[in-house]
Design a protein around this ligand. Sequence first.
Ligand SMILES: C[S@@+](CC[C@H](N)C(=O)[O-])C[C@H]1O[C@@H](n2cnc3c(N)ncnc32)[C@H](O)[C@@H]1O
Length: 218
Amino acid sequence: MPGRPLPRGGPRRQAGNHQPLRARWRAYADPRSADGKDWYGTWAQFRKDVAGGPFKASDRFLVVGCGSSSVPADLVADGFVDVTGMDYSEKAIALQKRRFPGINWVRADARSMPEFANSSFDVLIEKALMDGEGAWKQWPQMLSEYSRVLRYGGRFISISLGQPDELDSEAFFANDTYGWDVRHALSYDDYYVYTMTKRRKLGRRLRRRRRPAGSPEL
Ligand SMILES: C[S@@+](CC[C@H](N)C(=O)[O-])C[C@H]1O[C@@H](n2cnc3c(N)ncnc32)[C@H](O)[C@@H]1O
């Protein structure tokens, strides 16, 4: 099902949760992540909120910061054959290799991924990686790398506690450097599903046309 844009500041904001994302992350105890289960939710729970229509069976998926998540295995169970799970934790990758030996597991750092060529994936999924403490200051490096390894027209899906007015901004996903069209949906629970589709870099004329009145040229 195609994702749908929601009004800025979704239900959680209206419910009075005005803490900044970092504070919310620190206070967050995810009961679902106990015993090596998925953080926030499973592929079956969030896939309906991904924008841009169905995926192709031939799509190449990269799940960054997969930890012990079942998302890579669930994708394979859904019929996708080209799935790579990556994490910089040796322990997590060793565990995944033992649990699901048929999947391609790579130990790599999302801030710099020379292991993967430019435009080598159709879909990139990150869940609870960029919200995490360790990754906090490395967002720009990660976002540039995600954009680099995705093909044009490919989708970057981010599952986050971050609310649209925090993340759907020029300073973050919507930054023109990455060339993404951003859509988001509130999931069944308390996290957001962001879909960024990589478009070609805007031409100078289009950039000027899109620029809000009075704002400097990009
Ligand atoms: C909160 S866990 C989420 C795990 C999984 N994505 C899930 O949804 O259950 C964050 C994961 O991101 C990984 N991680 C953090 N920074 C990373 C980086 N720079 N490169 C690769 N993995 C990273 C951690 O090792 C950890 O497994």
